[in-house]
Design a protein around this ligand. Structure first.
Ligand SMILES: [Zn+2]
Length: 372
């Protein structure tokens, strides 16, 4: 590779036409010009970087510009460059927020960052008393950096990392709400709604469930990783009311349709919806039922939160609930679980019961001694 002498330049603002303070460098390698921000307003520092690049070019040691080698720091640089040229008002805040990301992830390859790592990072921020809104802002900036650099964050589910900023506005889909909506739903939607409410399995996953997913001898559903939003296999052994419903559906299963839940128009030769199975989109029936039952604000996804909450209130430990609902992380589960007052009261009642049992034991052993 042969590099030309290169040059330093400043960009012009798109809005005012004035020169921006940051120095950029440019040089030609094999006839093609390469440009790069030096991220400094100091011309001498910029000149040093340019000299370094030219040396690297002459020794065939230029940094690999391919995506595979990009670090999180490089991604954040690109994002800041963008903010700078766009003269974003929030540039100063963005710069300070990305600093928190850079401290920990700056040298990490962008492709190697995982959801778990980001969740841990947010936890440390929270422990340092950083508010949830600020944590989210940082995570959103990181997501923006990936988008801008066109790097696929393959191992990151940003939704899992973002924390709830405000308490959920929607009221819990409690038993009364469930009964009222259930009664108003058309017959073909009721079992689908009931199973979602009892198990918390996601809407689309449940809609696409077919009998090959089910083992009737053990009453167990098994979904492959590809069929679950979190991309992890989901095994759900049934019992209680959910098992009764599925058993009844199994007994009356249709020869022409593999799906567990059927739409109004299920018939031989009819093609099921690719995204929502035979039952299809129930939005219209749902909205109507919620409206007439007085729960107009309810959305079908509330079934997931309802299932988690009633299982928690029934005293089911968190890790067991995760197995049922298919939640992958404790933080996600906590986001979904509301109505924790009852759980806390139950815990206190248990504590009291335990202490009373201990006291009873103590008096039972102490009394005979006293009696001597
Ligand atoms: Zn069907």
């Amino acid at each position: 590779m042969k590099a030309s002498r290169g040059r330093l330049f400043q960009r012009r603002s798109r809005l005012t036409g004035e020169l921006l303070p940051t120095w950029w460098l440019a040089y030609r390698v094999d006839g093609a010009e390469r440009r790069e921000s030096t991220h400094t307003t100091d011309r001498d520092v910029a000149q040093k970087l340019l000299t370094k690049r030219l040396d690297q070019a002459n020794e065939d040691q230029l940094p690999d510009p391919t995506v595979e080698r990009l670090t999180v720091g490089a991604l954040l640089d690109r994002l800041l460059d963008h903010y700078e040229t766009k003269e974003h008002r929030s540039l100063a805040t963005v710069r300070s927020q990305t600093k928190a990301l850079r401290e920990v992830l700056g040298r990490v390859l962008a492709r190697e960052v995982t959801t778990a790592r980001l969740v841990r990072l947010v936890k440390t921020w929270r422990a340092e008393r950083t508010g949830p809104a600020t944590c989210n802002r940082r995570v959103q900036l990181l997501r923006a950096a990936y988008r801008r650099a066109k790097v696929d964050p393959k191992r990151i589910d940003f939704g899992e990392v973002l924390s709830p900023e405000a308490p959920p506005r929607r009221a819990l889909l409690d038993v009364a709400a469930f009964e009222a909506i259930h009664a108003q739903l058309p017959a073909h939607v009721r079992d689908y709604f009931a199973v979602a409410f009892l198990t918390g399995v996601r809407k689309a996953q449940l809609a696409k469930t077919t009998w090959p997913h089910y083992d009737p001898t053990t009453a167990t559903f098994t979904w492959t990783a590809a069929e679950v939003k979190s991309k992890h296999p989901h095994v759900l052994p049934l019992d209680g009311r959910a098992r009764e419903i599925i058993d009844a559906l199994y007994a009356t299963r249709r020869l022409h349709c593999r799906h567990v839940f059927h739409g109004r128009h299920c018939a031989p030769g009819r093609q099921a919806s690719k995204a929502l199975g035979c039952i299809g989109d129930i939005k219209k029936a749902w909205t109507k039922a919620c409206g007439t039952s007085g729960y107009a604000a309810a959305v079908f996804h509330d079934t997931r939160r309802a299932a988690v909450t009633h299982l928690a209130n029934a005293g089911v430990p968190a890790h067991e609930i995760m197995g049922i609902s298919g939640h992958r992380t404790r933080s996600m589960l906590d986001r979904y679980s509301i109505g924790t007052e009852e759980q806390k009261r139950r815990a206190l009642r248990r504590g009291t019961e335990y202490l009373e049992a201990e006291r009873a034991k103590a008096t039972a052993t102490v009394q005979p001694i006293k009696a001597k």
